[in-house]
Write a protein that binds this ligand. Structure first.
Ligand code: FAD
Ligand code: NAD
Length: 600
């Protein structure tokens, strides 16, 4: 009987008469189910009595329902209708319900945040032209140092001009992953136009290389090196302030044959070239009638330099072989071989001893050969010549044949930096880059600052240092602009004060005191201080090593958990939400479908 009640309830209610609920009460009493049946049915319908009444009252004239029908028929004739409350969910279900709510609310918030970031990225606000009377700030480069500066700079304070042969920012920590197709190169590139278009005031960008800096004339010379040429290919750009953030080029130490035969790993083009050459070596090695020696040579992948670049690349390459190449080209199983050549007694010299040992043992397990105390002296198109320091103290020269040679032996000065150093007497003794003071001002020059790999400030040439230097300069320049504004205002106020009447003078004096206080506060910017967050490196086979700063100490860790940390750290450091999403997709794609083994 109770099963029928909902239907009757609905029918009665829909008649819209004052008798509807009295009928309901009668019907319930008549069925003999009484109060319980109504309560049970109501709760089975997920309708509480109050809901019933409010639904009814939406359909009926309220006074009729409340005063006559309900009170007289329902409340009086069936006086003891006690509607039991909805049973409380059991405690354990309450917990799961809470977890579920938190999960979907946070997922919704995450999706909302992604959506908002994408919308913001795609819809930059209108920009205004900065005042032409403001100082011209020229920024060279679009790498870690310069982009960090541009990101944090209030561009409305200066006429900013950016000059770089690369019209994008490159997230270098994930570049080794591009050599094997784990990550697509466009996923770690952020167009400089996107970055600049989001600034409040317009910033000019010229895709060109600076060929010379004339620090006395305060002018730079820029050359358009792109394939498409216009009328103007060379120009000069005057500056009031200059930031040099041109990075470094690959060190070859003048070793013959390196530039001609080796691949570097610094730019997107380098990663693309390596990716192509790996597959070229594999396909050529499997060509008909290839001799066994030639197959061995072609499949010998040699990496020179046991710094983080060399180690990360060797790890990525071995992963590619184990996870993909072996599956699709099984015939190379016994011949594909990765060797890491290092002049020093161990790899990764900047990491702690235990992590060096961990990396070396992990490489052994992965079948990556490490040749330490081996210094390359000469490079030909098919082999390298290396001087090996033997355990007995003797030295021998060995020829090591290779199919692919990747050269990762660190940084060297760019010609434009060398040229600037040669113009400044205070830089005569500098060897590794532009020597700067604690405010990153180039020693011996005025209004020229240097950041990143081209500057020598007693820190390692890393992205971390460059980014912090760039952010510091932005703070400094923002402060300088404020200082200029306060000083101008102070001059105006003191001129006003001298001609003002005594009452106005009091007000002006109070204003002057306030401005002076503000001026003192903004002038209190301290020198640049680097805060080391730690070092991270991927070593292959889903393992990473990390030396992370923790309070005043250091935590050294290695393994799969560190690899997950490495992944999340680099994901969070990607330049934009777009980069983050693309990198995530690439990782998922490589996991599910494997890496692409096509040559291009
Ligand atoms: P860059 O980022 O190299 O930028 C230099 C800019 O100057 C570029 O835009 C370039 O096009 C431009 N330029 C060049 N010549 C001229 C010219 N003549 N005129 C105008 N512009 C010019 N560091 C870390 O801390 N963690 C890591 O995990 C890490 N991984 C790395 C992985 C690889 C494969 C490599 C190569 C480096 C890695 N580094 C890492 C080091 C880090 O990338 C550098 O320290 C950092 O890029 C230095 O920043 P920068 O701004 O000085 O120079
Ligand atoms: P590096 O300077 O760190 O290491 C180069 C290595 O090459 C040295 O160990 C050197 O002994 C060796 N070498 C030099 N000449 C040689 C020769 N002729 N034969 C054999 N070995 C030779 O260079 P890198 O790895 O390119 O790194 C450059 C900078 O970028 C460093 O400051 C590094 O810390 C930074 N970086 C950091 C990361 C990271 O944190 N994960 C990754 C890549 C690069």
């Amino acid at each position: 009987m109770t099963g029928k009640l909902p239907l009757r309830l609905t029918n009665i209610a829909s008649r819209s008469t004052g008798r509807s609920l009295s009928c309901l009460a009668l019907a319930a009493t008549a069925t003999g189910t009484g109060t319980r049946s109504i309560a049970t049915t109501a709760s089975s319908m997920r309708l509480r009595p109050s809901t019933l009444i409010s639904k009814q009252s939406a359909l009926l004239p309220r006074p009729t329902l409340l005063q006559h029908s309900f009170r007289r028929s329902f409340a009086d004739q069936a006086p003891k209708v006690e509607l039991s409350p909805t049973p409380k969910p059991k405690k354990r279900f309450r917990f799961f319900r809470l977890i579920w709510r938190i999960t979907y609310l946070s997922s919704a918030a995450f999706v909302g945040w992604i959506g908002w970031s994408i919308w913001q990225l795609r819809n930059p606000a209108e920009q205004f032209e900065p005042d032409p009377n403001k100082k011209t700030l020229v920024v060279l480069g679009t790498g870690w140092g310069s982009v960090s500066l541009l990101k944090n700079l209030d561009t409305e304070n200066y006429n900013v001009i950016v000059v770089s042969p690369r019209n994008f920012f490159l997230f270098t920590p994930l570049l080794p992953s591009c050599t094997t197709g784990t990550i697509e190169h466009r996923s770690i590139m952020e167009p400089i136009r996107n970055i600049l278009r989001h600034k409040k005031a317009t910033v000019k960008f010229y895709e060109a290389a600076c060929t010379k800096i004339d620090y006395e004339k305060k002018v730079i010379y820029a050359q358009d090196d792109s394939d498409v040429k216009g009328d103007s290919m060379e120009t000069e750009i005057p500056f009031d302030m200059l930031v040099v953030g041109v990075g470094a080029e690959n060190a070859t130490f003048g070793i013959p044959g390196v530039r001609e035969h080796a691949c570097f790993l610094k730019e997107v083009g380098d990663a693309q070239r390596i990716r192509k050459q790996i597959m070229d070596c594999v396909e050529t090695a499997t060509f008909k009638d290839q001799s066994p020696e030639e197959i061995k040579r072609l499949l010998h992948m040699v990496v020179v330099g046991g710094g983080p670049t060399g180690v990360e690349f060797a790890g990525e390459l071995q992963d590619f072989f184990q996870e993909d190449l072996l599956k699709w080209v099984p015939q190379i199983k016994d011949d594909f071989h990765v060797t890491l050549v290092e002049a020093l007694p161990n790899v990764l010299p900047m990491f702690s001893k235990q992590l060096i040992e961990y990396t070396e043992s992990s490489f052994k397990e992965e079948h990556i050969e490490i040749r330490t105390k081996t210094m390359v002296k000469n490079v030909t198109d098919k082999y390298i010549e290396a001087e090996v320091n033997n355990p007995d103290g003797t030295k021998t020269v060995e020829k090591i044949p290779y199919g692919l040679l990747v050269w990762a032996t660190g940084n060297a000065l760019r010609p434009v930096v060398k040229d600037l150093m040669s113009q400044i007497p205070a830089q005569a003794k500098a060897r590794r880059g532009l020597e700067v003071n604690e405010y990153l001002v180039v020693n011996g020059a005025q209004d020229i600052w240097a950041v990143g790999d081209c500057a020598v400030a007693n820190y390692a040439p890393t992205a971390q240092v460059a980014a912090q230097e760039g952010a510091f300069l932005a703070r400094l320049f923002n402060t300088m602009a404020k200082t200029d504004a306060y000083e101008t205002e102070l001059k105006e106020l003191s001129a006003k004060q001298s001609t003002a009447n005594p009452d106005d003078r009091k007000v002006i004096l109070a204003e002057i005191t306030e401005r002076q206080k503000q001026l003192r506060r903004v002038k209190q910017i301290g020198p640049f201080q680097y805060s080391h967050q730690g070092s991270l490196a991927y070593i292959g086979a889903e393992k990473a090593v990390a030396d992370v700063s923790w309070f005043s100490g250091n935590i050294a860790s290695g393994g799969t958990m560190t690899y997950l940390f490495w992944k999340s750290a680099y994901l969070s450091m990607c330049f934009s939400t777009r980069n983050r999403v693309l990198v995530m997709f690439d990782w998922v794609k490589a996991k599910f479908f494997g890496r692409d083994v096509s040559r291009e």
